[in-house]
Design a protein around this ligand. Structure first.
Ligand code: ADX
Ligand code: MG
Length: 349
């Protein structure tokens, strides 16, 4: 890893994928372990843990860290960290394991991806977690709905030893891990990189916003869309990736690149924006665009939005120095047909 790039969050790159020899030891040992088939959400979280995108995390969080993340947005060692990354399992598995046990984590085809070395088994207070992380227990919030309605009642915490990253069959060349993206930035000589997070097709206003951001901070541009799990009802990622690929020609030659991020979003608004900054920093990014309603979960049954449109900007700004990532904020952009250009709402006509 080259040292002119921004160091990962926490200082040292996390790489918990083991060598071939250790992998075969783990596979052999695992015949005596309980085994667990990962859900789509687990697969996303595991991929980012194994690749170092969640650095400094090396596994799934225990009860003390979750309590601290909920209350103070920090791990119990004081590191700023906004989102619990946990491993939920039903009673039938939780009763089989205790501290010191290991579990073989498998993909839906039965391929062992990692060993989880358990150091705690606990029953979380998921309503308190929802309130702490999302500021609400209303299941109209997609992150809350996942937590209260589709999360098993036990969490296993512990460190991971990775055997291989989850397999993908689409857009392999565009799925770059932190190490791969850093190597590519180095090859291109990019040091200042501004990332654009998105879960939607890019519209004219977004194209405009990304062009302006790159120009304003004199950085190269990384279009870094989420292709893991996004908000229920979103446009599928196949359609979106084709749209992103088409729009890449709209940037000056060799100034922008596209890479896909297998994140499972929580639609956590402000806290999620802070998390996005950490994840991008781990990929070698120095600047992050945060616009209107970043990672917004929509509105409650009364039509009231869960977060204010610029709450995410406010929270990232408060923690910018500690994150080490510079925010590039945008007010709401509207496309002005007559002017043939995007314009920030409130800009002079
Ligand atoms: S999400 O992660 O925030 O859910 P989305 O695709 O909707 O993804 O937005 C991507 C980024 O563009 C976010 O930073 C968001 O704040 C910003 N953004 C989207 N639309 C606009 C807009 N019309 N004006 C300003 N910022 C916007
Ligand atoms: Mg949005």
């Amino acid at each position: 890893m080259s040292n002119h790039l921004i160091p990962p969050y926490g200082g040292v790159p996390v790489d918990v994928v083991v060598d071939d020899e250790r992998a075969s030891e783990l596979r052999k040992a695992s015949t005596y372990w309980p085994s667990w088939d990962l859900t789509p959400r687990h697969l996303c979280d595991l991929e980012l843990l194994l690749s170092g995108a969640f650095s400094p995390l090396r596994g799934f969080l225990g009860s003390a860290d979750v309590a601290s993340v909920c209350a103070d947005m920090r791990l119990s060692d004081g590191t700023l960290w906004p989102m619990p990354v946990t491993f939920d399992v039903p009673d039938e598995l939780a009763t089989q394991v205790g501290p010191g046990a290991s579990v073989a984590l498998r993909d839906p085809e039965g391929v062992m991806l990692a060993a989880l070395h358990v150091d705690e088994v606990y029953r979380p207070d998921r309503r308190a977690e929802a309130q702490g992380v999302f500021g609400t227990t209303d299941p109209a919030h997609p992150g809350v709905a996942h937590l209260l309605e589709r999360t098993h009642p036990n969490y296993l915490a512990g460190t991971l030893e990775g055997i291989q990253l989850p397999a993908h069959h689409d857009y392999l060349a565009l799925r770059r891990t932190p190490a791969e993206l850093r190597a590519e930035f180095t090859r291109r000589g990019w040091r200042r990189v501004v990332a654009f997070q998105t879960r939607n097709p890019l519209h004219r206003a977004h194209h405009e916003l990304t062009l302006r951001a790159a120009k304003e901070v004199e950085a190269n541009l990384l279009i870094h869309p989420v292709v893991g799990m996004t908000k229920p009802g979103d446009v599928d990622h196949y359609t979106r990736v084709r749209c992103y690929q088409a729009i890449m020609d709209g940037y000056p030659h060799n100034t922008a690149m596209l890479s896909l991020l297998p994140l499972a979003m929580r639609m956590g608004g402000p806290r999620e924006a802070v998390w996005h900054a950490i994840i991008r920093r781990n990929h070698g990014v120095t600047h992050l665009i945060v616009g209107r309603d970043h990672a917004g979960p929509g509105a409650d049954a009364q039509g009231r939005p869960f977060y204010g449109p610029y709450d995410a900007q406010d929270l990232v700004r408060q923690h910018e120095a500690e994150l080490g990532v510079t925010m590039v904020p945008f007010r709401q952009m509207v496309y002005v047909e007559a002017a043939g250009a995007g314009r920030a709402a409130g800009d002079p006509a």
